[in-house]
Design a protein around this ligand. Structure first.
Ligand code: NAP
Length: 282
């Protein structure tokens, strides 16, 4: 069986490092603050929010929740974001997505101040990544994948990496980050022909398609590294990834589980971004 990567342990290490950074800032008179903007009371959002607040507490970052009525109009919503942009005590702004349809994300993403955009929503921050500059804010999920790669000393240089999915939240920025590390990247999507053949040629497979257990063992080369970004619910109502873990684990050399994989690191990246924002206030 391939080694299952213990991402929860890795997350603890990241959080400890974030706490050290946060304490240094507090000593200098800066209390890092994350503003969370939530519209409505969606169960998933509330669970994610609780998890963020719990982790904020662990690392001495103050989490501040701005709950909006689900009928909030575009003007009032933009006003709230602009107020948070101007508020000097706020270092990071996280807007839970997807937003209700009447709130146009394509407008809002331009309004959020790029220097507080800890979820990397503003195209200016994304553009930097596409230019190969990874010194700014990085989107949390692809950055979590790259932290796993780094933490477990996985060599991507010159390796064939198949990224499954091309969303702006995961697949595309992840492909750019892999490219920056000199991987040979293949981006796959729903129109990719002979997907199995393409993916089974890869040394590293990063799956982010949102299809429960879609990636079976025929997709995976013997000894490949498998990073599963997917968060889905299977037919029995259990949380699972895009990869059929039981089928693939014996073929892969290293594999991330779901739950307990990429998702465990994502919040730590968000908080790392808040520290980055707070350092700008120095
Ligand atoms: P998304 O916006 O729905 O994008 C899905 C991508 O997968 C699209 O590019 C789509 O191709 C591609 N795709 C769909 N079906 C496919 C198939 N059968 N074969 C090949 N490609 C296929 O999803 P997302 O926001 O990127 O999220 C992807 C997954 O990651 C979801 O399970 C989500 O829950 C999970 N996620 C996890 C975290 C975390 O912290 N771990 C964070 C965010 C998201 P087209 O472009 O051609 O439509």
């Amino acid at each position: 069986m391939g080694k299952v990567l213990n991402c929860k342990e890795a997350a603890k290490v990241f959080l400890e490092n974030i706490k050290i950074e946060s304490e240094k800032l507090i000593e200098k008179g800066i209390n890092p603050i994350l503003a969370i903007v939530r519209v409505g009371k969606k169960e998933d959002d509330i669970a994610y929010e609780k998890n963020i607040l719990k982790n904020c507490e662990k690392v001495n970052i103050k989490g501040q929740v701005h709950e909006c009525n689900e009928n909030i109009d575009m003007e009032s919503f933009c006003k709230l974001i602009q107020e948070l942009n101007r508020n000097e005590s706020v270092h990071g702004i996280l807007i839970f997505r997807p937003l209700p349809k009447h709130l146009d994300e394509n407008v809002i993403k331009h309004i959020i101040d790029p220097s507080k955009d800890v979820d990397c929503m503003n195209p200016l921050n994304l553009a930097r990544i596409f230019e190969g500059d990874l010194t700014g804010y990085l989107p949390c999920t692809p950055a979590a994948v790259m932290e796993i790669i780094k933490h477990f000393n996985i060599d991507v240089k010159g390796k064939k990496v198949a990224v499954l999915g091309r969303s702006m939240v995961v697949g595309r920025p992840l492909a750019m980050m892999m490219l920056k590390e000199d991987a040979t990247v293949i981006i796959c999507h729903s129109k990719t022909e002979n997907l199995k053949e393409v993916v089974s040629g890869a040394d590293i497979v990063a799956a982010a398609i949102g299809k429960a257990k879609f990636i079976g063992k025929d997709f995976i080369k013997d000894g490949a590294v498998v990073i599963d970004v997917g968060i889905n619910v299977d037919n029995d109502g259990n949380l699972c990834g895009d990869v059929d873990f039981e089928a693939v684990k014996d073929k892969a050399s290293l594999i991330t589980p779901v739950p307990g994989g990429v998702g465990s690191i994502t919040t730590a990246i968000l908080l790392k971004n808040v520290i980055k924002g707070a350092k700008m206030a120095l």
